[in-house]
Design a protein around this ligand. Sequence first.
Ligand SMILES: [Zn+2]
Length: 244
Amino acid sequence: MTDNPSEIPNEIKRETRKRCAFGCIICGLPVFDYDHIVPYSKTREHSANNITLLCQNHHRDKTNGRISMEFIIQKNKNPFNSSRSKTAGHRLHIGGARLKAIIGSDRYVQDMDQIGSRFDAITLEGIPLIYFEFEEGSILIGATLYDKDRNVSLIIEKGEIQASTGSWDFESSGTSFIIRSAPRNIDVVVDIQEDTISITRCYLYSRNLAIKIDESDMIVVGPNFEMSVGGNYLENNGSGFSFG
Ligand SMILES: [Zn+2]
């Protein structure tokens, strides 16, 4: 059976992601494969109507015939996440006690076992918006990340990532999670490679403060000030940045 997902045009993939509310149609997992409901070898075309999202487990179940075509068609009409504001969660696993993180252009290295159990990387008006916890030998990321229009678009709690189903686009691809608010607007990028957690793009908001993070800088904007806090290296600093 020829079924080469790499050949699916990007716009058809995006249309499929949105229609399936950014997750496996059966369980909602926001890490998924693109599946031709009727195999590509039979249709020889990539039509969004015939493409759906399945997590690896459910993709294997379909391929092996453990779930019926009728069930897939039924779920495709009413995907798991479509009636929910957030996708189901996907647990990220980062082992070891040494936190290595990149947020915008700031780099953090922290031996978590030296500071108890928690490292707040970015706190706005007393609310930690990007933080890390150390539990049972694993580093667990926590974050509330916004798009540029102040919508919460990615929530990570105790290492479990959930995407807002209201975004224009959410893509999990390779090691990255990407939120777009329009065709060329990449608002949020989270990437996990080896043991390094990178948040290279996002917006953070609190009542009076706004932060824009990208690969080159972190800009903090308040009611009567604006400052750049990029390009820093924090090793075993005990805490990150706190504003307000
Ligand atoms: Zn699934």
